[in-house]
Design a protein around this ligand. Structure first.
Ligand code: ATP
Length: 382
C-alpha cells in the first residue's frame, strides 16, 4: 500500500463560465496525518475537498486514493466513498432522512452491514457527537449546529480510512467545536487520516501536523503550521493573519521578553516562556492517568473519593460514555491535556480518565512539553 493516502496531481477545475477555481494543484498526504487546508474565502478549499471523494471531477489532472487513480463510474465511486468520508460545509445538503437514526444509518446500510452492526455504529456515532436521545427527531427540526453534528455522525458511522471535513467547526459553539476536534483526534488516534478545511488559523496552528495553504486557486505552500504561519509574505499573499499565540510570541521575542527559539504550540508552552526557567524546588503537580477500559464503577468511586479536591478530565468517546453511565461529571471534557498541564504548573494534581491510544497521547504530550519547557510533569498510570 502507498504511504500517500491521497494525491492531487496537477488538478485544474473551473465552474461553468468562471475563471479556474483550482490552478494546477499538486500535493500528497501521508497516511495518518492531520492536515488543514487553509485559505481565505474563495481560495478554492471547498472545490478541492469535493474532489477528494470524486464528488467533483477535475477538468485536468488526477486524484489518487491509496495510490489508485479515481475512476468516475458508479461502482468505483462507491469504493472511493467508503474509503473517503466527506463532511460537507453545508450540512443541509447531507442530512436528508426523516429521522436522525435513519440519516446516520444510511451510509452503514449501504455498506450492507447487519442490523445489529448498524445499530451499534449509529449509537456510537451519535454518542460521539453528543446526540444520544435524538434518534427519532426529524433533522429539519434541529438547529444548524445539531444538523452539522448529525452529518458528522453519518460519516463517523461509515468508519472511513480518510475523513475529509469542510469547515467542521463553523457554526458550532466553542465548547462543541473543541469536542468535535477532540473527536477527530480520537479517530486519528485509531489510524484515520484527517483532512479539514478552515480559515481559522488558530485551530490549524494548534491542531494540524501539516498545512496546505491555498490562495486564488493556487497552492501557496505545504508545510508545518509553524513554517507556514511565521512566513509573513505567505500570510500576506493568502490574506490571513497569523495565530494570536504566534503573533504574541513574535512580538514578545522582538522585545526580548521571551527567549525560546521554538514558537509555542499551546498555552502551557507560552506560559512557560513568559514565566522563564522553572524555579528550583518549585513543586509541579502530577497527572494521574486511568484507563477506563479497565476501570469499574467502584474503582472510579475509589479514585475520586481518595482525592476529592483533585480536578478530573475525560478524554475520548468511550471514556466520556463510561463517566456518563457512572453518573460522574468530570471537570474537563475538552482541551483536557493542556488544562491538566497548566494545573500541574500551578502545583496541582489532576486525574485524566481515558482509554486506548489516547493514554499514549497524554504521555507523548507531556514528554513534548518537557522537552520544550524543561518542566517535567509526571504522568502516572493508576
Ligand atoms: N457552484 C459554483 N459556481 C460557480 N462558481 C463557484 C461555485 N462554487 C464556487 N465557485 C467559485 O470558485 C472559487 C472557489 O470557491 P470555493 O467555495 O472552493 O472557495 P473556499 O475557499 O471554500 O471559500 P469559503 O472559505 O468562502 O468557503 C470562488 O471564486 C467561487 O466564487
Amino acid at each position: 500500500m502507498s504511504d500517500n493516502v491521497l494525491e492531487f496531481d496537477d488538478i485544474w477545475y473551473s465552474y461553468p463560465n468562471r475563471p479556474p477555481s483550482l490552478r494546477g494543484i499538486s500535493f500528497a498526504i501521508e497516511r495518518g496525518k492531520k492536515v488543514a487546508v487553509v485559505g481565505p474565502n474563495g481560495a478554492g478549499k471547498t472545490t478541492l475537498l469535493l474532489m477528494c471523494n470524486g464528488t467533483l471531477v477535475p477538468e485536468r489532472g488526477c486524484v489518487r486514493v491509496d495510490g489508485e487513480e479515481i475512476v468516475y463510474d458508479r461502482a468505483a465511486l462507491r469504493r472511493v466513498r467508503t474509503a473517503v468520508g466527506l463532511v460537507f460545509q453545508n450540512s443541509d445538503a447531507q442530512v436528508f432522512a426523516p429521522s436522525v437514526y435513519a440519516d446516520v444509518a444510511f451510509g452503514p446500510a449501504n455498506l450492507r452491514l447487519s442490523e445489529e452492526e448498524i445499530r451499534t455504529r449509529v449509537s456510537d456515532a451519535l454518542f460521539a457527537v453528543g446526540l444520544t436521545g435524538y434518534e427519532r427527531r426529524p433533522p429539519h427540526h434541529l438547529s444548524g449546529g445539531e444538523r452539522k453534528r448529525v452529518a458528522i455522525a453519518g460519516i463517523l458511522a461509515m468508519r472511513p480510512e480518510i475523513l475529509v471535513a469542510d469547515e467542521p467547526t463553523a457554526s458550532l459553539d466553542p465548547a462543541t467545536a473543541v469536542e468535535i476536534m477532540d473527536l477527530l483526534d480520537e479517530l486519528h488516534e485509531e489510524g484515520t487520516t484527517i483532512v479539514l478545511s478552515t480559515h481559522d488559523v488558530e485551530l490549524a496552528y494548534r491542531w494540524a501536523d501539516e498545512v496546505i495553504l491555498l490562495g486564488g486557486g493556487e497552492l501557496l505552500h505545504q508545510g508545518t503550521p509553524a513554517a507556514v504561519f511565521t512566513d509573513r509574505d505567505l500570510m500576506r499573499e493568502a490574506r490571513l493573519t497569523p495565530p494570536v499565540l504566534l503573533d504574541l510570541y513574535l512580538e514578545l521575542s522582538r522585545r526580548g521578553l521571551v527567549a525560546g527559539a521554538v514558537p509555542p504550540k499551546g498555552i502551557p508552552e507560552m506560559t512557560q516562556l513568559i514565566e522563564g526557567a522553572p524555579a528550583t524546588g518549585r513543586s509541579v503537580g502530577t497527572v494521574f492517568l486511568a484507563d477506563t477500559d479497565r476501570l469499574t464503577r467502584e474503582g472510579l468511586d475509589e479514585l475520586c473519593a481518595g482525592c476529592p479536591e483533585r480536578r478530573t478530565g475525560a478524554m475520548g468517546t468511550r471514556a466520556k460514555r463510561f463517566c456518563h453511565d457512572a453518573g460522574y461529571l468530570p471537570d474537563y471534557t475538552y482541551g483536557v491535556v493542556d488544562k491538566c498541564l497548566l494545573s500541574a504548573m500551578r502545583g496541582e494534581d489532576t486525574l485524566i480518565l481515558t482509554c486506548g491510544g489516547m493514554l499514549d497521547r497524554v504521555e507523548l504530550r507531556a514528554r513534548l512539553f518537557a522537552e520544550e519547557s524543561g518542566i517535567v510533569v509526571q504522568v502516572v498510570r493508576v
